[in-house]
Design a protein around this ligand. Structure first.
Ligand code: SAM
Length: 285
């Protein structure tokens, strides 16, 4: 058993001082011994369930998931870490490492092949440069994950978990709220990582809904409306939507008016129901 939160052990496993942590791949490894066990516990795993991890690193969270779940599948894109993982996960026979870019996988097939009918939860310390693409990829994949428990930048966590219609909300808040309930579990200081990132982090848990929170005529267009509304935060929703959707201001203004909203309204005050109603008003315009 390796002490995977011990800095000297990590450096030795990575082959000494020559190893360069890749900023481009978001490599900040957890060194706080309390965090990974806490994340694995909060993921709601059991000896009947599977765990999917994105970004194994040296396997510090993977070993904790292997204790809680029946089976673990973890992705790692950096080939330098594969021989390290072969050593650190040698005592975890229920774990499979896939050397793949998570965003380039056929997730439904992969989950079916690896987990069969087992319920599956996601638990990961995400590479921050692709937080939104990964969350949307998971939520849009068609796989019904039990829960998605992930470490993200603190600011992203606060934004994702803010109520839609509040100042802190953004396009990702609305897109996540459409598919899942989000809760902020606990914060993690930047000193809990090697190397330390410039910002603090937080662990959030998404619980996917059985069906989307609102009904819309055209889902792709609904997401375009949300993205366009938030694209230029300093502008009114009217100006931002007109630019983003390439529609005349009069068309947007009349849709807003028929919803009882003034032309000065801002995207962050919209509820999810209002985004749905606006998208339905504008569908086909
Ligand atoms: N789980 C480890 C931990 O908590 O210490 C490592 C987390 S580190 C924040 C993110 C990991 O994701 C890195 O090891 C990085 O190489 C890997 N990674 C980055 N982009 C990836 C991608 N597109 N697909 C799979 N893994 C990726």
């Amino acid at each position: 058993m390796y002490q995977l939160t011990d800095t000297a052990t990590i450096k030795r496993l990575l082959g000494g001082q020559d190893f360069r942590f890749s900023k481009a791949l978001g490599q900040n490894f957890l060194i706080d011994p309390a965090v990974c066990p806490a994340m694995a516990k909060q993921a709601g795993l059991s000896n009947d369930t599977g765990a999917l991890e994105i970004g194994a690193g040296i396997g510090v969270l993977t070993v904790e998931l292997a204790k809680e779940a029946k089976k673990v599948v973890t992705f790692e894109i950096d080939d330098r870490l594969l021989p390290v993982l072969a050593r650190t996960l040698a005592d975890c026979p229920n774990t499979t490492v896939l050397h793949q870019d998570i965003l380039k996988t056929d997730l439904p097939s992969l989950v079916r092949e690896n987990f069969g009918e087992m319920p599956v939860s996601v638990c990961a310390n995400l590479p921050y440069y692709i937080t939104s693409p990964i969350l949307m990829f998971l939520l849009e994949s068609g796989v019904s994950f039990q829960t998605i428990t992930v470490m993200v930048q603190k600011e992203a966590a606060e934004r994702i978990c803010a109520p839609v219609g509040s100042r802190n909300a953004g396009a990702l808040t609305a897109a996540v709220d459409y598919r899942a309930e989000a809760e902020l579990l606990f914060e993690v200081k930047r000193t809990s990582f090697l190397p330390p990132p410039k910002v603090d982090s937080a662990v959030i848990r998404l619980t996917p809904r059985q069906k989307p929170k609102v009904q819309v005529k055209n889902e792709a267009f609904f997401f375009r409306v949300i993205k366009s509304a938030f694209a230029q935060r300093r502008k009114t929703a009217l100006n931002s939507l007109s630019a983003g959707l390439a529609l005349p201001k009069e068309t947007i203004a009349s849709a807003l008016e028929s919803m009882g909203l003034p032309p000065t309204v801002r995207a962050e005050t919209f509820t999810l129901e209002q985004f749905a109603s606006l998208a339905d008003h504008l569908t086909g315009q």
